[in-house]
Design a protein around this ligand. Sequence first.
Ligand code: NAG
Length: 227
Amino acid sequence: MMKVANLLVAFALLALASSFVTAHDPGPLQDFCVGINDADAAVVVNGKFCKNPSFATIEDFTYSGLNVPGNTSNQLRVHVNLITADVMPGLNTLGISLARIDLEPNGGLNPPHYHPRGSEVLLVLEGTLYAGFVTSNPDHRLYSKILKQGDLIVYPTGLIHFQFNVGKTPAVAIAAFTSQNPGVNTVSNAIFGANWPINPEVLVTAFHMDRKLVEDLQTQDWVNPTE
Ligand SMILES: *[C@@H]1O[C@H](CO)[C@@H](O)[C@H](O)[C@H]1NC(C)=O
């Protein structure tokens, strides 16, 4: 009898856990819903505008150009080409998207950031990357590793993570996301590049920095790696 009760508790916990696991982009409930802005040429399915399925073309489901390196001429020496459902309308409702990341040799950096709406798995195609993520409060445990060609790392949803090219050659990585639009929040940009600027006293106290340094950081340009 006790065993059955234990089993029921385990089952209930599992059911509860799976309701969290699926709390991401919705299931499509139809073959596809190619995103469209023109309401007149659309049907509404699952609460969104979808292109009338009989007007969908292969162009809605394909994208070309990820063979081309991004322009890394910026202070971070990185470029991220993020292909969301905005870029590739056929991704709409499917809960997936993808990015190409280029990092210059000797220090190109995809700076600490997080995706509010998706987990990420990253594959190194070329080069050597120091990659890691940090767990949330209270542990802030760093999981990191030097990744080489063919290596993968998974970044759980919402956790701060980064890639740093520690090799002497350019690095290229492909990242896949569990969202059609995972969102990006670059920590330094959000904190020091906020628009309007955060009251410096907040940052003085939060970051244990003197006011002059805070104000200096707030006047700097903060590169958006996806632009
Ligand atoms: C790369 O970006 C830099 C800075 O925005 C710009 O000056 C340069 O023309 C770009 N290069 C190419 C090949 O587009």
